[in-house]
Ligand binder design. Structure first.
Ligand SMILES: *Cc1c(COP(=O)(O)O)cnc(C)c1O
Length: 388
């Protein structure tokens, strides 16, 4: 029997990556060796000491019972120490940290925590799909804040309709950003806090790529470095990309204690916390972050240079960013994002993500992900070269 999905679920477009997976599978069934530069999921393994810590803690029967929905104390202390060392920000581990099942979960559930049907949420475009979809699930409406090349893919606060700003309840922000790879500076975050304070808007900053940078010169700041930021918002810090832990499902939110307490209240009704052994291992990751982050950044740097070299050679323009695991490339004239992605798939058996999948302002671009081993990456680049 086939049962009807809820109207809410039916209104959601298919998840982008699920669709890409289907296309790849079809090609593979036809016997093609497809290389995907489409998905942002590190190929590098989680560092051994973190895995060892998990194994040790998994054997401890104290950890076999329900964890707290609000997070393990040892993990919250590690998160607080990490924010002090990494960003020089003081965080109260009791009131200003909340453990999450990954930032995706937190971003989706923040909508259920605060958004009523009809409420307006400001969302960057192009951006990570969960900002919009989470809002839609909760019955809210989204207002696009275009990220354009002319403005270095930063939100232009002056362009936000004042009547919309007055009504808006929440804003999603993401720097270093997916898919554009753009970063912002402290002035931008200060401007964001001023805007949010003036219009009484909650800020949710998604810091999923804060520790992926080519060298110290490009080390990003945190939203919480901005003055009075804790008054208006929270930041999601994910361990997924910086520590190659996407499969572990652990991250945390820091900042405004009242927002976190409400999100925790919501979560305590729908989930039962992250396995304590995982939180102990995640704490060990944060405690030694310098070592792990440096190792990753060397690898991504090498791959980034390789891709830049090829793009220069074949004459494709791209946004030169030293952050994130992505390269945001312009499609050549006469192509749309989708038609160019399709061309690469047909002619080179290489998958890239069409920019319009992240919103209408992503049209004219495609995204290359650096999460594939060097050998495969070179093979993919070679194939792309032959299309030109
Ligand atoms: C990958 C990604 C996430 C997901 O983080 P998890 O902690 O694995 O849920 C969140 N935001 C952005 C922008 C991402 O690219």
């Amino acid at each position: 029997m086939i049962f009807k999905e809820s109207e809410r679920l039916k209104s959601i477009p298919p998840y982008l990556f699920a669709e890409i997976d289907l296309i790849i599978k079809k090609k593979q069934e036809q016997g093609f060796d497809v290389i995907s530069l489409g998905i942002g999921d590190p190929d590098i393994k989680t560092p051994d000491p973190i895995v060892k810590e998990l194994c040790k803690e998994a054997a401890n029967k104290e950890n076999h019972r329900y964890p707290s929905s609000y997070g393990l104390k040892a993990f919250k202390i590690a998160a607080s120490n990490f924010y002090k060392r990494r960003f020089n920000i003081d965080i109260d581990p009791e009131k200003e940290v909340l453990t999450l099942w990954g930032s995706k979960e937190g971003i989706a559930n923040i909508a259920y925590t605060f958004i009523n049907p009809g409420d307006i949420v400001l969302v960057p475009d192009p951006s990570y799909p969960v900002y919009k979809i989470g809002t839609m699930f909760a019955g809210g409406s989204t207002y696009n804040m275009p990220l354009t090349e002319e403005n270095n893919f930063l939100i232009d606060f002056k362009k936000i309709d004042i009547e919309i700003a007055k009504k808006a309840k929440l804003m999603h922000v993401n720097y270093p950003g997916n898919p554009t790879s753009a970063i912002c500076d402290l002035d931008f975050f200060n401007e964001l806090v001023n805007f949010a304070t003036k219009y009484n808007i909650m800020v949710c900053h998604d810091n999923a790529y804060g520790d992926i940078y080519a060298d110290q010169k490009y080390k990003p700041v945190s939203f919480l470095n901005a003055k009075d930021s804790k008054e208006v918002g929270i930041e999601f810090y994910s361990l997924s990309k910086s520590f190659n832990m996407t499969g572990w499902r652990v991250s945390f939110a820091v900042g405004n204690s009242s927002m976190l307490s409400s999100l925790g209240k919501y979560k305590s009704n729908v989930d039962s916390g992250v396995f304590n052994a995982i939180q102990y291992a995640a704490a060990a990751a944060l405690d030694n972050y310098e070592e792990y982050v440096d190792l990753n950044n060397k690898i991504y740097n090498r791959r980034r240079q390789k891709v830049w070299e090829l793009l220069d050679k074949i004459g494709l323009k791209y946004y030169k960013s030293y952050n994130t695991i992505y390269i945001w490339v312009k499609v050549p004239n006469d192509y749309s994002s989708s038609s160019f992605a399709k061309l690469l798939l047909d002619k080179a058996n290489v998958v890239v993500t069409p920019g319009n999948a992240y919103g209408e302002y992503g049209e004219g671009f495609f995204r290359i992900s650096l999460t594939i081993n060097d050998e495969k990456l070179e093979e993919a680049l070679d194939r792309i070269k032959n299309v030109f």
